[in-house]
Design a protein around this ligand. Structure first.
Ligand SMILES: *Cc1c(COP(=O)(O)O)cnc(C)c1O
Length: 664
């Protein structure tokens, strides 16, 4: 197991160092040069991958706290976003130069991946500079994209490709037709044949020569979670027979020259490059055939799907990918060129709709740990003995557990653990049947945990692989760290599709993490937990974490301990929901400044309680009025003093205006 070998490494070399932490948490593996650690043990962000320009995450969070912005907070790094877009641009430019490809490349950003205005505006501005574009998949997104490209301004705007996917109605097509008249480089992609009829109708009515795209259902299968995005049973696109009908239809209307773009989308997070190669090969062949039939095709749109190596393993695994951006570009360019050259067809402009790959790296959520729960290794023996004396007759399973604990040796690990498990199960069923007291049940649980810890410790000391019998133990005995966030709001794909995101303490990396835990959020949903963590080799169910000390004083909570969740820029924000009425977190845009430090560009405050209640149609004024009347009545009847009534009302009002998360 990776974690054990990491601790052993530290053991051999003595002092734990930040390099040990970097290795343990895989910072280099999934961080791809954007994430590092400084000598103080703080995680740093290298927005341009330049080690000379690092932003200390812990310093950012402390700085924000001083400004009254508390965790959980989503940090967006503008420089990562722009670096990433340039990296994609460069990968295709290099591949095209190397392979003497003459068609050019553009990346259109599907705004569904993260529609936040600040993110999209930055991308729209960069799009003008990099010859990139935007993609809309619905009516509201179309209106957003038309506005965004206008806001980006400059002479590049009208040339900026705008691709419209998804289902379209009459009004949608009419808007697109008028936008074409306005001068926009906009391409509606036909997903169903009836959309083509609408396009032709409006083109005639407004006397416009539109650019038309066709999405084709490939026979090549997709792969992974979004496998059904491709193949003949996919939701979107035309069968090859319909593509041929479309050609006839356009010819009949004298518009075959308008057929400008051929599109496919074989799914998101394509982890195996072979799937992409097969799809591109098929798409390029169809392109050449249509070219031969006289279509005015100039553009091949290969859809999205460029993946992100979330776990850092660089493998064909759902949370990873077995290729780099450069390899992706080289393979796409190579396939398209080979097929076109064979068919003597001019190289098309290649468009990719890479959403995830553009934005995933740029956002990090930082959350604070509120407390921990432990499955103790050292039971309070005195208390257990005392409780036993109170019993008329000591229950056999508890006696068995005590004996097992006392007699455990290196030679009887498996046997003792087996007996202990049986005794614990017996204890639980006796309790359920009403034959065991609550203190005895508590004693049985505590003794079982103690035996588990001892067994695990002895088994690990023996070295080598953990025997199968004990495989579940580390997980069973691990701590629970309660964190101030909602999984459903901030990392919904962790819940919905078991997506892994790297999670790392953002400070104390110069200290060996001595605990192992899983994370729980503050929703009251038992699904609101993280119990799978990234690792290059294993399915890791607990995360190495630092001991978090209780602060002195009743209810004073614990010392500050912050965890960062990385690679959250794609899909998470918009798919996040209001489970338990936990709203949007604060979002803060951070940039490198000229002096080598960092600055805050933008603070977007998270939802207030009032806002989330209004989303679900509460009338805040009504609620305040009702509370005030009830409090007044209570004061009149002497159940509350006037001062108490005033405090309660103030808590109520302040609470409504406050953050939906816990504010320490
Ligand atoms: C969702 C989607 C994309 C974006 O896919 P990524 O995997 O994020 O690159 C691109 N094109 C279409 C048609 C989509 O539906």
């Amino acid at each position: 197991m990776a974690t054990i070998s990491a601790s052993r490494h530290a053991f051999i070399h003595g002092q734990w160092t930040v390099d040990d932490s970097a290795r343990l948490y895989g910072l280099q593996d999934w961080g791809k040069g954007y994430v590092g650690v400084d000598p103080d043990g703080h995680v740093t962000i290298l927005p341009t991958k330049d080690p000379g320009k690092q932003i200390d995450l812990y310093e950012v969070v402390s700085g924000l706290r001083e400004r009254g912005i508390h965790t959980p907070v989503l940090l967006r790094f503008n420089d990562i976003l722009s670096h990433r877009l340039k990296e994609i641009r460069k990968a295709f430019d290099d591949a095209m130069t190397e392979q003497q490809y003459r068609g050019g490349y553009s990346c259109v950003y599907p705004i569904k991946v993260n529609q936040q205005r600040h993110v999209c505006e930055q991308i729209a501005n960069l799009a003008v500079e990099l010859n990139f574009g935007l993609e809309a998949g619905s009516k509201p997104e179309l209106l957003a994209v038309l506005g965004l490209s206008a806001v980006a301004g400059g002479p590049g705007v009208n040339g900026m490709p705008i691709i419209c996917n998804g289902f379209k109605d009459d009004e949608f097509i009419e808007t697109v037709t008028l936008a074409t008249k306005l001068g926009r480089n906009i391409v509606p992609v036909v997903e169903k044949f009836s959309e083509l009829e609408l396009i032709v109708k409006h083109a005639k009515a407004y006397n416009v020569r539109p650019k038309i795209g066709l999405r084709v259902k490939l026979s090549a299968r997709g792969a992974g979670r979004w496998e059904s995005s491709a193949g003949v049973r996919s939701k979107f696109g035309l069968f090859v027979s319909e593509v041929l009908q479309a050609v006839e239809y356009l010819k009949k209307h004298g518009m075959l020259d308008c057929l400008n773009l051929l599109h496919c989308h074989v799914g998101s997070q394509l982890y195996d490059i072979r799937v992409l190669k097969n799809a591109i090969n098929e798409l390029a062949h169809i392109y050449c055939e249509l070219h031969r039939l006289g279509a005015g095709l100039t553009t091949l749109d290969i859809g999205g799907g460029m993946g992100v190596d979330y776990d850092g393993s660089q493998s064909a695994w759902s949370s990873s990918i077995n290729y780099s951006v450069a390899e992706y570009a080289a393979d796409v360019v190579y396939r398209v060129k080979a097929v076109c050259d064979d068919n003597k067809v001019p190289h098309p402009l290649i468009i990719s709709e890479s959403g995830r790959a553009m934005v995933a790296y740029s956002s990090v959520l930082v959350m604070d740990v509120l407390g921990t729960s432990r499955f103790e290794a050292n039971p309070d023996m005195e208390a257990i003995q005392k409780a036993l004396k109170q019993e008329e007759e000591a229950p056999q399973p508890v006696l068995d557990l005590l004996e097992a604990h006392a007699n455990l040796t290196d030679r009887n690990l498996v046997e003792t653990y087996h007996d202990a498990t049986q005794a614990r199960d017996e204890a639980m069923s006796l309790f359920s049947l009403g034959y065991m007291s609550l203190p005895m049940r508590a004693a049985a649980e505590q003794m079982f945990w103690a035996i588990g810890h001892k067994v695990l410790e002895k088994a690990l000391k023996k070295g080598g692989e953990l025997p199968d019998e004990f495989e579940a133990l580390p997980e069973l005995l691990s701590d629970i760290y309660f964190c101030n966030f909602s999984l459903f709001q901030s990392m919904p794909d962790s819940w919905a599709i078991d997506q892994l995101f790297p999670i790392v303490p953002i400070h104390r990396l110069n200290e060996e993490p001595t605990r192992r835990g899983m994370l729980s959020d503050i929703t009251c949903d038992s699904d609101g937990k993280v119990d799978h963590f990234v690792d290059k080799r294993i399915d890791k169910k607990t995360l190495e974490l630092h001991e978090v000390k209780e602060l002195p004083g009743e209810g004073a909570g614990v010392e500050s301990y912050y965890l960062g969740v990385f690679l959250l820029g794609a899909y998470q924000e918009i798919l996040g929901d209001l489970h338990n009425l936990l709203g949007d977190t604060h979002a803060v845009h951070i940039s490198l400044d000229d002096a080598g430090g960092w600055e805050i560009d933008e603070v977007i405050e998270g939802d207030t309680v009032e806002e989330v209640l209004s989303y679900v149609q509460y009338d805040i004024a009504d609620m305040k009025r009702a509370m005030r009347l009830d409090i007044e009545a209570a004061c009149r009847q002497g159940r509350l003093t006037l001062a108490e009534g005033k405090s309660l009302l103030k808590f109520y009002d302040d609470g409504l205006e406050g953050y939906t998360y816990l504010e320490g």
